[in-house]
Design a binder for this molecule. Structure first.
Ligand code: NAI
Length: 329
């Protein structure tokens, strides 16, 4: 099938080409993000392949449909950037990669927390300057801390198990509790109780109207003093502007963020020669108790291989008229 592949970096092209040796689709790579002004590029492509920050809003979908697109193949699990009603109304099938490597994201979540709380990233900066002084680098034992996991699906359940392995007291909240976690003694509580009692809070729900700004000015007041927040889910789970005063006054001890609500203008690009016009983000990255990375929790060889293989397989199934219902959104 002829596929217009948006938002591609060299690593995407490499892994997609490798996976495509099995499928032989016709891949046309575009570095551009799919948005209103680029949607016309996809004219004549029955399949459009996009990533997390592409704009798949109603207006874009309408343009795609007018130009012959029949399927949108997401190279990701989350689909908060897609207007599903518009896709349905325009008879466009939307498929995703529901599960690739939850290990990639879960392992990164724990790694980010450890780096932040034990100040590993700051120590490395010092060592590179031959500064071996430990002042200001004191961390805390993780053992015995209460870790709250909000959203215990594929990723959150692995995070819960990993923190249990460190001897933490893991507590969880999910709309649908995970019986495997319950069997190993991880208790489920209401969301407010998890927010109130966690020393470390990890966010792993999808971004939906219910979870948007789950961490906001009001809920921050209810958090345990000195909580560390780790967000490798979606940026808009946190109202970042509300987080900043809490980081300043110590209510929140630290934040490890792989995602940011306005990342669409920043992430996956080299902005080092440009002026970043985002005062909230600029303020955020001045804090010594904040660690930000550019949406890379998923970024392992295994995950990329799996994402590319499943995406191209979804397209092949669409061509053959038998898409696995578990990948449809
Ligand atoms: P999943 O679908 O397996 O798990 C999500 C869990 O959240 C489910 O158990 C669901 O019941 C729960 N949930 C949904 N709405 C809820 C609500 N309102 N309250 C409480 N619980 C709720 O998804 P998975 O694979 O664990 O991924 C989680 C999220 O991680 C994705 O939606 C995506 O946004 C993000 N993600 C981030 C990546 C990164 O590189 N930073 C990579 C992959 C995913």
């Amino acid at each position: 099938m002829k596929i217009a592949v948006f938002s591609t970096q060299p690593y995407d092209r490499k892994f997609l080409r490798q996976a495509n040796t099995t499928f032989n689709h016709e891949l046309d790579f575009f570095e551009a993000r799919l948005e209103i002004k680029t949607a016309v590029i996809a004219a004549g492509f029955p399949i459009v392949c996009v990533f997390v920050n592409d704009d798949v809003s109603a207006q874009v979908i309408k343009t795609l449909a007018q130009n012959g697109t029949k399927m949108i193949a997401l190279r990701c699990a989350g689909f908060n950037n897609v207007d599903l009603d518009a896709a349905k109304a325009n008879n466009i099938t939307v498929a995703r990669v529901p599960r690739y490597s939850p290990y990639a994201v879960a392992e990164y979540t724990v790694g980010m927390f450890l780096s932040l709380d034990r100040k590993i990233h700051r120590a490395w900066d010092r060592v590179r300057e031959d500064n071996f002084n430990l002042n200001g680098l004191v961390g805390r034992d993780l053992h015995g801390k209460t870790v709250g996991v909000i959203g215990t699906g594929h990723i959150g359940s692995l995070v819960a198990k990993a923190f249990s392995g460190f001897g933490c007291n893991v507590i969880a909240h999910d709309a649908v509790p995970n019986s495997e976690l319950q069997k190993i003694g991880i208790p489920y509580h209401g969301r407010d109780e998890v927010l109130r009692n966690s020393d470390v809070l990890c966010l792993h729900t999808p971004l939906t109207p219910e979870t948007k700004h789950l961490i906001n000015a009001q809920t921050i007041k209810t958090l345990k003093d000195g909580v560390v927040i780790v967000n490798t889910g979606r940026g808009a789970l946190i109202d970042t502007a509300a987080l900043i005063p809490a980081l300043e006054n110590g209510k929140v001890r630290g934040a490890a963020l792989d995602v940011y609500e306005n990342e669409v203008n920043l992430f996956f690009k080299d902005m080092s020669e440009k002026i970043v016009r985002d005062p909230v983000f600029q303020r955020l990255i001045t804090f010594p108790n904040v660690l930000v990375t550019g949406h890379q929790a998923y970024f392992t060889e295994e995950a990329l291989h799996s994402i590319c293989h499943t995406t191209l397989n979804n397209v092949a199934q669409f061509r053959d008229g038998k898409v696995d219902p578990s990948v449809l959104v």
